[in-house]
Design a protein around this ligand. Structure first.
Ligand code: ZN
Length: 416
């Protein structure tokens, strides 16, 4: 797969009349803000392209899309990078199961992902970087970490020494060990210095793809991929030196809540080992989406895929509206009733926007922006919209439908 610059078409954001203040976000490291007019470096963990985009993915990328839009509307800029984990166990396992080539599986699923993102009007990253295109970066980063004493070898595999960072684990050690085992780690392996040490470089196993490197023929571990991609594509060629101008190297690392540990923790401490600097100012995580009262998961086989919904004729703006109706950080449920409700709501908004006379709009616009500024409170933003819709339906006059339509489009990505 190739490194993609601007991987899918980006809609232009219409300017809005409302004043857009600072964006306040909840991070696992506390509250932090993005000042209006500022430049933000945002890294969002991308997909492992072995299956289609499900609603959990959509909700996650939608969340960071709202941040991207908000900062731009405040007159700022977001340098936005996303990776594609196009070499990892789940991808190789799926390719083997389906008797297909892992590279063409990754290519097909990435194209489908881009189509889903386009339909959902998620702004594209400037750089969309496959892990398989980062072998030289991984090689240099491991060399630097090795020189600094963070790397040891075990039967040809290279491990990262996590011990200096254990005081910062996000959960108690026994919990971390259990999660680590569930999410690709190998706490039980004999010979490791600490059970939580993550692998940096996996020596080639029979029949698996591998790359030539000064660290042997093999492939990278999961976390180092995001560490190097974020640094290289947000900081530039000299990423190994960090950025002495800043207290932390980037502003935001984002992803689903299942990435808090080990993935975001491990990529952050590896960045710190490479550069000697703290990685990100904030780490923002999204909740899970369940289906009809049950957890949605690969093992249950009840994932709802965006492409399937679109194929069945569901309006992507309805999916977007339904996902916005709950707060991003909460676990929520998807259901056919929810979809039907969002379909009705979208029709109501459209009808209100198409009236000749509409209720006053400037207070509504300000309320929407304020709700978003408070940790992306989309339920409150939608309440403000439906209040305006209700007043419009009951004959309110004096507003500009265009003002609300432009705001919905630019700030919430809802093109009605
Ligand atoms: Zn990642």
């Amino acid at each position: 797969m190739e490194i993609l610059e601007n991987p899918w078409p980006n809609p232009t954001l219409a300017t809005i009349k409302v004043e857009v203040g600072a964006l306040h976000l909840e991070s696992t490291s506390g509250t932090f803000s993005m000042e209006p007019g500022s430049t933000q470096r945002m890294y969002v963990c991308g997909i492992t392209p072995y299956d289609a985009t499900h609603l959990g993915h959509a909700a996650t990328y939608l969340t960071f899309d709202l941040i991207n839009r908000y900062v731009q509307l405040s007159g700022g800029r977001v340098d936005f990078v996303e990776n594609i984990t196009d070499i990892d166990e789940p991808l190789l396992e799926r390719a083997l199961r389906d008797g297909t080539d892992w590279q063409s599986l990754a290519q097909t699923e990435t194209e489908l992902f881009a189509a889903d993102m386009t339909a959902l009007r998620i702004l594209a990253p400037q750089w969309f970087v496959p892990a398989t295109q980062t072998m030289d970066l991984v090689e240099s980063a491991i060399t630097v970490m090795h020189e600094r004493g963070y790397v040891y070898s075990l039967e040809g595999d290279l491990y990262f020494r996590v011990s200096p960072f254990l005081s910062r684990l996000p959960y108690p050690l026994p919990e971390c060990l259990a999660i680590f085992a569930e999410r690709g780690g190998d706490p039980e392996r004999n010979g490791k210095e600490h059970p939580l040490d993550p692998v940096l470089w996996i020596a080639n196993r029979k029949d698996e793809p591998g790359w030539v490197s000064t660290h042997g023929f093999g492939r990278p571990g999961w976390h180092i991929e995001c560490a190097v991609i974020s640094l290289r594509y947000l900081l530039g060629e000299s990423f190994l030196n960090g950025d002495p101008e800043r207290a932390s190297l980037i502003d935001l690392q984002g992803g689903g809540r299942d990435l808090i540990f080990p993935h975001h923790f491990m990529s952050a401490v590896q960045v710190e080992a490479i550069t000697g600097q703290p990685f990100s100012r904030g780490y923002v995580h999204t909740g899970f989406i369940g289906l009809e009262g049950e957890k949605m998961s690969k093992s249950k086989g009840n994932l709802v895929f965006v492409s399937k919904l679109l194929q069945s004729g569901v309006d992507p703006m309805v999916i977007r509206l339904a996902l916005l109706s709950d707060h991003y950080s909460k676990d929520r449920m998807w259901s056919s009733a929810r979809l039907a409700q969002a379909t009705e709501e979208a029709a109501r908004i459209r009808a209100a926007l198409s009236r000749n006379e509409v209720a006053p709009t400037s207070e509504t616009a300000a309320a929407i922006v304020k709700a978003l500024s408070e940790n992306l409170n989309t339920p409150n933003a939608l309440d403000a919209i439906f209040e305006w819709v209700a007043v419009t339906e009951s004959g309110g006059v004096g507003g500009s439908a265009g003002e609300i339509a432009r705001l919905l489009d630019s700030a919430l990505g809802l093109a009605f």
